[in-house]
Write a protein that binds this ligand. Structure first.
Ligand code: ZN
Length: 252
């Protein structure tokens, strides 16, 4: 693995405009389960479409909040891990211009990263399903965790939905456009902790490759884009990313 990390560091040296694409694997070392993965256990008792789709949320918000409660609690108490910190470092001192993330846990921004495109939304804000008012989500989430009730809009009494993208819901358009543009113009894409299974985000490396960007994939499992990658590193992102950033920035 040392040789691959050195080779990846050499690609970073040549890069002027790198973009990272991160997924659930980046946050599992912080204790957040990969809730799209069947092996995470999150879906053992419920059908995702029955609780975490937009249609289900509208029909039966209590079931959604009952399901999301333990996950919310985990996310609110989780800390960024060495992989998040390494990427924040690479933005500050290296060629990394943006992070495109499928994660809703806000750990990249908490680690200090500045340009983060949260294409599947985030738990920072919540939107009223009736009047559309957007508010900070934390007080509502704490209410969900502690009082186990449905959070409602202080203005109109409508149900407050966290700004996470549910199944059957469109991605936030302007955020996804910015992510697409970052992918299409980068000269290096670093995929970390994503199996690239969820479209359309999983297809962004194609845009990078069309611009002749280099592609580095750091992930435990295989991805459908491994054939396009210049370097593949199979390992724990919380170990590999710090080593990569250290060999790129040995003085820091
Ligand atoms: Zn409202």
């Amino acid at each position: 693995m040392e040789g691959q990390i050195a080779a990846a560091a050499a690609l970073l040296q040549q890069s002027r405009q790198a973009v990272a694409l991160t997924g659930a694997g980046l946050s599992t070392p912080s204790g957040i389960p990969d809730f799209r993965s069947p092996s995470s256990g999150v879906w053992e008792k419920v059908d995702p479409m029955a609780v975490a789709s937009l249609a289900a949320f509208r029909r039966h918000p209590q079931a959604f909040f009952d399901w999301v409660r333990p996950l919310t609690n985990t996310i609110l108490t989780a800390q960024p891990n060495a992989a998040h910190l390494a990427l924040a470092h690479l933005e500050c001192y290296g060629p990394l211009k943006a992070i495109i993330t499928q994660n809703i846990d806000m750990l990249h921004t908490r680690a200090g990263s500045k340009t983060v495109y949260e294409v599947h939304g985030h738990l920072r804000e919540a939107t009223c399903m009736s009047c559309g008012q957007v508010r900070a989500a934390e007080p509502f989430l704490i209410q969900v965790i502690e009082a186990k009730t449905i959070p409602v809009c202080p203005q109109c009494g409508g149900v407050m939905k966290p700004n996470v993208i549910l199944f059957g819901e469109a991605l936030p358009w302007s955020v996804f456009q910015q992510a697409q543009s970052a992918a299409a113009t980068c000269d290096l894409m670093l995929v970390a902790g994503s199996s690239l299974e969820v479209a359309p985000v999983g297809d962004l490396p194609y845009l990078a490759k069309r611009n002749r960007a280099r592609l580095i994939i750091i992930n435990y499992g295989e991805t459908h884009l491994d054939g396009l990658a210049d370097i593949i590193i199979r390992g724990n992102v919380a170990e590999v990313l710090p080593l990569l950033v250290q060999s790129f920035l040995p003085q820091s």
